[in-house]
Structure formats: C-alpha cells, structure tokens
Design a protein around this ligand. Structure first.
Ligand SMILES: NC(=O)c1ccc[n+]([C@@H]2O[C@H](COP(=O)([O-])OP(=O)(O)OC[C@H]3O[C@@H](n4cnc5c(N)ncnc54)[C@H](OP(=O)(O)O)[C@@H]3O)[C@@H](O)[C@H]2O)c1
Length: 256
C-alpha cells in the first residue's frame, strides 16, 4: 500500500507568498485542485484574483490577499486576515523572491541589495515565525516549504547575481536552523527547502533585459512551474514520520 497521500491536507489552509506569477501561481493552482483553502499573497493582487476566478468550481478555493512580503506589517495583516477569515494555517510556502540588476562592486546599489534580503530572507523569516506561532498554539503538525534555489547551494559563474546567491545560501542555513529549533521545541512541524535549477518564469527579466540574450536563455533546459509545483505536492504527500529537509530539482541536461 502506498503511504504517499495528500488526504490529510484536504480542506486545510495553505499560505503561499508570491502567488501572482510563475512557481507560486502553479503551486496555488495545484493545491486548490487538491481541495485546499489557499491564501495567495502578492503585491499584484489582481493577478491572484484572476487566478482565483479561473479556479472557481474546483475542490478547494484561492483567496487573494495584497501583501508586500518585504514589509512586516503586511505579513502580520495577511496572517491575521487568514486566521480570522479562512482558518489556522497548516502549510506555508515561502515562495516570493526577487533578483536585481546590480553588482557587488562599482555599480553596487545598496537599496537593491536591501530589497533582495528584505524579500528573500527577512520576509521568509517573519512569515515562518508567524506560521509556527499559529501551528504551535493550535497544535497543528504543519509543513513549511522554502522555495530556495540551486544557487543556495553552489555559486555558478553567471553574471548579474550580486547578493542573490547569498540570500539563497541564507535560506539553506535557515532551513537547517529551523529544523533543529522545531525539534528542540518538540514540535512536529516539517520544514523543506526545495531548490530548483532554472525555471521558465518571468523571474530575472528585470536583470537580463537584452532581448537577444533572453531568446538564447529560452533555448536552455528549463523546468516548468508545474514541475516545481509537483515537487511541492510530493513533499507534502509524505507520511508524518518522514522529513525531506532538502529537495533539489533540475531540468534534464542543465549545464551546471
Ligand atoms: N525562475 C527560476 O529560474 C528560479 C530558480 C530557482 C529558484 N527560484 C525561486 O522561485 C521563487 C519564485 O520565482 P519565480 O521563478 O516564480 O518568479 P516570478 O515569476 O518572477 O514570480 C515571483 C513572485 O514573487 C512575488 N514577489 C516578489 N517580491 C515580492 C514582494 N516584495 N512581496 C510579495 N510578493 C513578492 C511576485 O509577486 P508580486 O510581484 O505580484 O508581488 C511573484 O508572485 C523565488 O523565490 C525564486 O528565487 C526561481
């Protein structure tokens, strides 16, 4: 008999940060199809609302909440709205992430560096803390998934990266530190870092703006957002006694 099943999550609440595009939207779509109540956070909330309309009539439901994950107040408000209107969070997917066109040297832009860390690291930490507080208070054996990156594990010789890999290395460290903290607290909340290689999304289009290079990049092996969402469903479907702290997923033939 297969132990893999999403049954225990059906009807439960999942919060996904950055649900307006790419990987986050694909995860939202698949979790709604599996019957979850999904709260999708993004600045471009109208995109999440559009997706919610498209998903009407599916087993679960998508709720759109406007939030800038680099602002603590927005995160706190989004968690409160979710508890008050949908229910206590069982799954948190920290997916919102950003890269910026700058470098570490001559052009280094402090504000751009700051935005990367505020979004990819601080936003993730604040959302995680809020989720754990609710899960602990309500005795929920929940699951927190960080959408990390292959560059959170090794530095690739790609241009225009600046502090982005450092922000993802921080996510790798935060995953392990959280796993130990949860264990010391005696909580059965799972933590998973999911680290994709290149994915075909709008990500990085603010970094690589040359249309020729963008066309060349499209020819490289890339995962679909749906494949990354499938990996999220897989880690969620593991039985309560199985922990997947890290899952790396790359397109076949990726050059690094
Ligand atoms: N694409 C890749 O090749 C790749 C590879 C490995 C890892 N990743 C990681 O995967 C995650 C998702 O990226 P993606 O490829 O799906 O990129 P994407 O298509 O650009 O989507 C990024 C999402 O993050 C949200 N976001 C960014 N800043 C935000 C903020 N301050 N507040 C709230 N939401 C914010 C965006 O929403 P709004 O703009 O509407 O707020 C959007 O929904 C990121 O963490 C990225 O680092 C991507």
């Amino acid at each position: 008999m297969s132990l893999i099943s999403l049954d225990r999550w059906r009807g439960k609440v999942a919060i996904i940060t950055g649900a307006s595009a790419g990987i986050g939207a694909a995860i939202a779509e698949q979790l709604v199809q599996e019957g979850l109540q999904v709260v999708g956070l993004a600045r471009r909330v109208e995109r999440v609302e559009e997706l919610a309309k498209k998903l009407k009539g599916k087993k679960g439901k998508l709720h759109a909440v406007k939030a800038d994950i680099s602002k603590e107040e927005d995160i706190l408000n989004a968690f409160k709205w979710t508890s008050d209107n949908v229910g206590p969070v069982h799954i948190l997917v920290n997916n919102a992430g950003v890269a910026q066109k700058t470098n570490l040297t001559t052009e280094g832009d402090t504000e751009k560096w700051r935005q990367i860390f505020e979004t990819n690291v601080m936003g993730l930490c604040i959302a995680t803390r809020e989720a754990v507080k609710i899960m602990q208070a309500k005795k929920i054996d929940g699951h927190i998934i960080h959408i990390n990156s292959i560059v959170g594990h090794r530095i690739l010789t790609l241009p225009g990266r600046n502090v982005y890999p450092a922000s993802k290395f921080a996510v790798t460290a935060l995953t392990e530190t959280l796993r130990h903290e949860l264990r010391h607290l005696g909580l059965k909340i799972k933590i998973t870092s999911l680290s994709p290689g290149r994915v075909a999304t709008e990500f990085g289009q603010n970094v690589v703006t040359d249309p020729k290079i963008l066309e060349e990049m499209k020819k490289l092996p890339r995962l679909t957002s749906e494949s990354v969402a499938n990996a999220v469903l897989y880690v969620l479907s593991t039985p309560p006694d199985v922990q997947i702290p890290e899952l790396m997923i790359q397109p076949m033939g990726e050059e690094f």
